[in-house]
Design a protein around this ligand. Sequence first.
Ligand code: SAH
Length: 234
Amino acid sequence: MSDYNISAIGHIQSPYKQKFAIPRQPRLVPQAKAKLIFSPDFNREEFVRGLDEFTHIWLLFRFHETADKGYSAMVRPPRLGGNERKGVFATRATFRPNAIGMSAVKLEGIEYKNGQLSLLLAGIDLLDGTPIIDIKPYLPYSDSMPDASAGFADTRPETEMTVEFSPQAIEFINAQTQYPELHDFISNVLKQDPRPAYKKQKEEMQSYGMTLYNFNIRWQVNDSHNLVTNIEKN
Ligand code: SAH
């Protein structure tokens, strides 16, 4: 087998500070905004000239956080409740040979500010710091296949989760005027039900935590109801 050298063309600045609670695919949470910061070798407007004509782009990236953890031939997709196994190439698992991921995301703008070129993105499923190895425009005439079928992942995952915020959480959110979508962002992340499959079967109330931006968010899950109990700066 040949080896290739691939180096990042940039990296992602994302509100998702740890893997837990990141949605399993892009565009499930439209309020998830990020910036793609170009590396010095690609920090020139020429590299993206014309890209502003596209509403969506493909990102190819490295699952850098888990890349050194290896892979196996078969994985348990969360979709199947964590009980059934499929071949790694039949899934979008992060633990895969070469650890390359791809996401189609919304391109909201191109910014050149203080000498730094960046792309403004929405609907991302990427961890903060993710290295980007390529960018391509999304081509609806070819990339969109409305008649395609997708077996065990055929429909958008829908959960019946409801989300409620404590008075402290609401007050905290209202004070964060720099993030006007914070309430809907948190709410949509929790509606995706980020809990691992084996936890979902447990009956008793459980408590969880995640960090979005620089906020530590705590919530409790009781059946299909989420209660955001507390938010504070970390
Ligand atoms: N859309 C991509 C990613 C699917 S897996 C693809 O199909 O290739 C999505 C999961 O990847 C998220 O839930 C998150 O937990 C994980 N993830 C995101 N960025 C990552 C990174 N840089 N390293 C490791 N895992 C990451």
